[in-house]
Design a protein around this ligand. Sequence first.
Ligand SMILES: Nc1ncnc2c1ncn2[C@@H]1O[C@H](COP(=O)(O)OP(=O)(O)O)[C@@H](O)[C@H]1O
Ligand SMILES: CC(=O)N[C@@H](CCC(=O)OP(=O)(O)O)C(=O)O
Length: 263
Amino acid sequence: MSNCFVMKCGGSTLAALPELFFDDLKRLQAEGIIPVIVHGGGPAISDTLGKLGIESEFVNGLRKTNEAVLDVVEMVLAGQINKEIVRKIQLSGAKALGLSGVDGHLIEAAPVANAHEIGLVGDVTQVNAELVQGIVAMGYIPVIAPVGIGADGGQRYNINADTAAGAVASHLGVERMIVVTDVPGIMKTVDGEKRVLPSVTVREIDEMIASGEIYGGMIPKVRAAVQCIQGKVREVVIVNGAEPEVLSRALKDGGIGTRIVKE
Ligand SMILES: Nc1ncnc2c1ncn2[C@@H]1O[C@H](COP(=O)(O)OP(=O)(O)O)[C@@H](O)[C@H]1O
Ligand SMILES: CC(=O)N[C@@H](CCC(=O)OP(=O)(O)O)C(=O)O
């Protein structure tokens, strides 16, 4: 899948993505550079859970999930958010096909190690790369909601979208993953001034997590990045979706966002 890259789109940015972002996506597709999109939607899930009076909490950045929470996660991610993204891509003139990890066993998952603590949260065990390749070959941008399914098809799992995107990138063997979020990259305070780091290594990431300079929602992103660059993925770039032509620049010119590289 040398013409593909994986793009993770965070829930914090989805609503704010400008039309220009989708124009950029369409231009890339026209050039034969195809994104495989994995999206989040954490804030929308929390919003709907709140409206329904269902309590939920996060443990180390992962949502504690039972069947009632999972119903809402699947409804919001695979229904509302997935179709919203597909509609926006189609309006820009490009072709998109939305599905969740359940469809065609696209993302198979198993319970996380601390399932006794956080419930029906999954780790990815397998990705149906053939299905993704088929969708791309038909000219569609795959748009994937991170709900996983057990290998026996019986159980659904809630998967953090950064984790799901990293696993999809690894299993597809793409060279790049681009993480689109609401900050211009990984920031660090240098001489009392907050700066975006142009690139970071795995060692620097470990140090920044230990010192608390990387925290909260950035942690699953960098952990997913570190995991997928152990394999075929060459680099992961974290960028702000509100910047103009962010995808083209991240893929072609560089000089934008933070690149996470092997060493
Ligand atoms: N070192 C850092 N540099 C930039 N952002 C950071 C850093 N550490 C933590 N963050 C936080 O991570 C957030 C992005 O994660 P999150 O809100 O989960 O985004 P998304 O919805 O895109 O997954 C930023 O808005 C910021 O608050
Ligand atoms: C297990 C877990 O935490 N799943 C996430 C899935 C959505 C997600 O990751 O969305 P963002 O990318 O917007 O954070 C959740 O329930 O919120």
